[in-house]
Design a protein around this ligand. Sequence first.
Ligand code: NAD
Ligand code: UDP
Length: 311
Amino acid sequence: MRNRVLITGGAGFLGSHLCERLLEEGNDVICADNLFTGSKDNIRHLMGNPYFEFIRHDVTNPLFVEVDEIYNLACPASPVHYQYNPIKTTKTSVYGALNMLGLAKRTGARILQASTSEVYGDPEIHPQPEHYRGCVNPIGIRSCYDEGKRVAETLFFDYYRQHKVDIKVMRIFNTYGPRMNPNDGRVVSNFIVQALKGQPITIYGDGRQTRSFCYVDDLVEGMIKLMKSRRGFTGPVNMGNPGEFTIGELANQVIAMTGTKSEIIYKPLPGDDPMQRKPVIKLAREELSWEPTIELEEGLKKTIQYFKTLI
Ligand code: NAD
Ligand code: UDP
């Protein structure tokens, strides 16, 4: 019998790539999404597949399906979108985790949580290993997302200890690639769209803050490896590309690669914007034999190509 997999947030950027990969590998895939930031366009090419099912569903409500594995990705990931309705964002992370963990408990399914490097907040330790407990402002504009994801991790570990639910927690660092929403607001898509439209490239702050950018195919590979890892290996495990770039460097790279005439303009840095971010991926290397293979330039090339077809 085919493995029955539920992917919440499956119509989003990462989720749609994951649906595609898991179908290719012969799984029976259910994609549950409320289409807040996701879109049917991301999964349209999968709709004719008899082993693919889309359910319009909000994870703040319980879901009753029989599955073997759950990937819990439902949650807006871009600051612009998660700050649009911050109370809903916290509900999505917290009620979403409770509902999906309840489902995992009832069905005995293995469950993976898409957590985030945001659990480290604006880190005082660089690069960030999994044992670092983070520096998160509990009352700032990013808190709905950061604290929501932190509570979700807490719930995962409490269900693991209290009910023996088979959990996997993955801390994802900035990931980019085709199918990011052009209006998503995240830095890679913003810069590429601005460059291709000849609009000014908007750097927030002085552009000296850093991020580490992972290409989507690498990330999805790591996610599946974590799901398949030995029972009892719960994580949390960092996944991302340890290559570290300033936002200014990223802007210049996009300008060079697109050949745009766009100028750079500087806008105020949003509140609590982390100054630096880079994963330690020793655990993923050792436990999962995973490491990213796609350098920023190669990944940007594929992503620029994708946005050219849209614009
Ligand atoms: P995305 O916004 O493209 O995808 C999120 C999906 O969840 C969308 O399809 C959206 O419609 C859906 N969703 C939102 N609220 C929902 C709800 N209440 N019920 C059902 N569906 C809901 O973002 P993404 O980049 O694909 O991120 C996927 C997951 O990975 C998120 O949980 C995010 O926090 C996590 N993550 C992503 C990154 C990254 O860089 N892409 C980094 C860290 C963590
Ligand atoms: N950023 C920017 N210009 C943009 C969008 C984002 O300079 O048009 C900056 C943002 O302030 C942050 C970094 O790029 O320092 C990464 O932002 P993103 O929203 O992609 O993700 P974050 O890692 O902050 O959640």
